[in-house]
Design a protein around this ligand. Structure first.
Ligand code: AMP
Length: 355
């Protein structure tokens, strides 16, 4: 069986690494000559708008998936005419547009921060009057890791924020004074079987995920699973999906979902019985899902911009290093560390030491 992947970054690399023990092969389509999945797959070096390369991917693979959501809708449409694409294109189209995404959650009865559609300066001014300040202006599409976002703190920020968008459509979101951020990694197979990982508690700085912990028995687990079930079923979803939440006063407000394996689930490689990567592959192939139970409390630290000496990390017990084969650059995710510990306090101590 050969799995085709749109995108050839670290998520594609970790999917391939999880798939080899199952006897799977991989082919990735990625426009970068430095695609870090290339050493573990066949690499089609082409743009996502190259129909000849897309056709080649469709012909060579048994099923197609993707590792990031900013793939042009036309590419997914083209592929789905020639092969099976999971997760379903509707999940991608909704998830990559913040307005459609938040509207869907509200329709499902799941709370989000208050938001408004922004198409011009007057609509931004009206939205600020309604939502209040501080608020965050976010581009509707193409934003990730805090890119395309502007915090508005005073009325003087309104016009410069609008100018900086360069005319692209956006949403304004009320600023949530959350107690913590959590995410759930959920998986649904093409047979309809579902499973949920224990919640990850996430710390972002500058819009980029720095740290995820997964500790046993999170009090918000069952609420998050209920919301995830609603979304998976509504989208007739197949594969792994992550939902990011803000927690405030024992309530979960959805921030966004990602229709793919997710950075806040990297700890599952060593921290869970079956990793998110293996379960994504099982789901799209219709294989029975593996257990999502914790092996022990787990934490994941992203390595951003710098690659440490391996020995400086590996000298600690139950500590695992993943390097993605990328050259370091400011703000670039080049790897991650996973720490395991049955004792929650000692896990958090070790996280402090290494982050
Ligand atoms: P996003 O790109 O929407 O995932 O945002 C990246 C990070 O910015 C989030 O994980 C939060 O830490 C922060 N953030 C985004 N939206 C809000 C909001 N409405 N209120 C407070 N913080 C936010």
């Amino acid at each position: 069986m050969k799995i085709g992947i749109l995108g050839g970054g670290q998520l594609a690399r970790m999917l391939a690494l999880a798939g080899y023990p199952l006897g799977l092969e991989f082919i990735v389509l990625c426009p970068s000559t430095e695609a870090c999945a290339a050493p573990v797959s066949e690499h089609l070096l082409a743009g996502f708008d190259d129909n000849e390369a897309l056709k080649q991917l469709a012909d060579k693979a048994d099923v197609i998936t993707y590792e990031f959501e900013n793939v042009p809708a036309e590419a997914v449409e083209f592929l789905s005419q020639h092969n099976t694409v999971y997760p379903p294109p509707l999940a991608l189209a909704t998830g990559r547009d913040r307005l459609k995404e938040k509207t869907l959650f509200n329709k499902l009865g799941i709370n989000t921060a208050s938001f408004a559609d922004i198409t011009d300066l007057p609509s931004l001014q009206q939205a600020v009057n309604k939502i209040g300040l501080p608020a965050i202006l976010k581009t509707r599409t193409e934003g990730y890791d805090g890119k395309g976002q502007f915090v508005l703190r005073s009325p003087q920020d309104i016009e410069p924020a609008w100018q900086s968008l360069n005319g692209v459509t956006a949403i304004l979101e009320g600023f949530v004074n959350f107690e913590r951020e959590v995410s759930i990694i959920a998986v649904r197979s093409c047979t309809g079987e579902m499973a949920f990982y224990p919640l990850s508690e996430n710390v972002h700085r500058g819009g980029i995920l720095r740290l995820s912990n997964s500790l046993a028995n999170d009090p918000m687990q069952s609420k998050a699973e209920t919301y995830a079930t609603q979304l998976l079923e509504h989208l007739d979803y197949v594969g792994v999906l992550a939902i990011e939440f803000f927690q405030k006063d024992n309530e979960l407000l959805v921030n966004e979902y990602a229709p793919r394996v997710h950075n806040s689930g990297h700890w599952t490689i060593e921290g869970a019985h079956t990793s998110q990567f293996e379960n994504h592959l099982r789901a799209i192939l219709g294989l029975p899902l593996g257990s999502t139970a914790l092996n022990s409390n787990a934490a994941m630290i992203n390595l951003i911009g710098e690659i440490p000496e391996s020995a400086d990390i590996l000298k600690y017990p139950d500590t695992h290093l993943h390097l993605y084969g990328k050259s370091p650059r400011e703000g670039r995710k080049v790897g991650h560390i996973t720490l395991l510990d049955n004792d929650k306090d000692s896990l958090l101590e070790r996280v402090k030491l290494l982050s």
